[in-house]
Design a binder for this molecule. Structure first.
Ligand SMILES: *Cc1c(COP(=O)(O)O)cnc(C)c1O
Length: 358
């Protein structure tokens, strides 16, 4: 059995710190379905202020945050949303916007950097003169940082341009900002500036920031009033929710400043992995805390075998395909964990050459 655990499966795996547990134990609470829980109210207004928006709403998950946001903007049947074909909303949320919300998705190709070409977005906007046959475009969704492309950051100029396009056509802009703080830190752009063009943003607290549970969606007062009602409809109205909001408040205080370190650790790890003969990492694409990498073709070690070797040594990663892996850094991974992880990888490759006897 491994004596050490290095959990790199995701930044969702962090455990609440002592300070978070202490804050949870003493949190002031009340019934939040009545909007009366003071700790939830504090968290919501704090996140809204950070994001430069009027109001915020705590929701149990990022998936619910995105679903509610899309449904508020597309509250008329026959609405269509333009989103990335490789976006979290399109791929990993059970198609909820369609199956629950009756919203038609119009996927546009995501580039390797997580953007969609502005021309392609504009081409995808339906001509209102075709209303006899077309759904009505009402919303554009962006994702920042973009998870499936390896945590790439959408630059502020790009977001502003998409915002202008949305305005020109009378559309809303939602940003899936599950890792918006990572993007803000990596780009060196204040987060409120980064999302200035957005009508709504969904922000995960249980990823890079390291809270145990939850997301906050932010937008105008009107948006949040409608969102609150939808949250109740979806079963996301919670009672003494201040118990978990208290941990999130501590997470914001403790961990925002650690994101830069996570990004540095990711770079070190990516560079180290890329030096191993048999692995290929696009180091330049590692902009935040996510690393995707491949076992090169012709390598004698399979993904499964490598995965097993790592697990036996207490190193947990995600196997994304037969020869593709994903690693995500977070505040509970130290630089010594990074070195240990690298040594386990190195051992796997050198060990295997011996085993193959040539
Ligand atoms: C994690 C994530 C979400 C939502 O995740 P939940 O697990 O539902 O909290 C949404 N968008 C992106 C880009 C994510 O990475």
């Amino acid at each position: 059995m491994a004596t050490r655990t290095v959990d790199l499966r995701s930044d969702t795996v962090t455990k609440p710190t002592e300070a978070m547990r202490a804050a949870m134990a003493t949190a002031e609470v009340d019934d939040d379905v009545f909007g009366a829980d003071p700790t939830a109210v504090k968290l919501q207004s704090e996140v809204a202020k950070m994001m430069g928006k009027e109001a915020g709403l705590f929701v149990p998950s990022g998936t619910m945050g995105n679903l509610i946001s899309v449904l508020v903007h597309c509250d008329v049947r026959g609405s269509e949303v333009i989103l990335g074909n490789n976006s979290h909303i399109h791929i990993y949320e059970n198609g909820g916007i369609a199956t629950i919300g009756g919203v038609h998705p119009r996927p546009v190709k995501n580039n390797e950097d997580g953007t969609m070409d502005i021309d392609l977005i504009e081409d995808a906007i339906r001509d209102p003169r075709g209303e006899l046959v077309y759904p009505t475009t009402r919303l554009i969704c962006l994702e920042n940082s973009h998870g499936n492309t390896g945590g790439r950051c959408l630059p502020v100029e790009y977001i502003d341009s998409v915002g202008e396009l949305a305005k020109k056509h009378g559309l809303k802009l939602h940003i899936d900002g599950a890792r918006i703080f990572n993007a803000s830190v990596a780009l060196g752009i204040p987060v409120d500036r980064l999302v200035q063009a957005a009508d709504s943003v969904s922000v995960c607290l249980s990823k890079g920031i390291g809270a145990p549970v939850g997301s906050v969606i932010v937008g105008s007062e009107t948006f949040i009033t409608k969102a609150r009602r939808l949250r109740k409809t979806l079963g996301g109205g919670m009672r003494q929710v201040g118990v978990i909001c208290a941990a999130a408040l501590v997470a914001l205080q403790e961990n925002l400043i650690k994101l830069e370190g996570d990004h540095k650790n990711a770079k070190v790890l990516a560079e180290g992995l890329n030096q191993i003969k048999g692995l290929r990492v696009n180091v330049a694409a590692v902009e935040t805390n996510i690393i995707f990498f491949d076992i090169v073709e012709g390598s004698k070690i399979s993904g499964e075998k490598l995965y097993k070797h790592l697990v036996e040594r207490g190193v947990f990663v995600l196997l994304e395909g037969p020869s593709r892996m994903r690693i995500v850094l977070h505040h509970q991974i130290s630089s010594s964990d990074v070195q240990y992880t690298l040594s386990c990888f190195q051992q796997a490759f050198s060990g295997l050459q011996e085993e193959n006897g040539n």
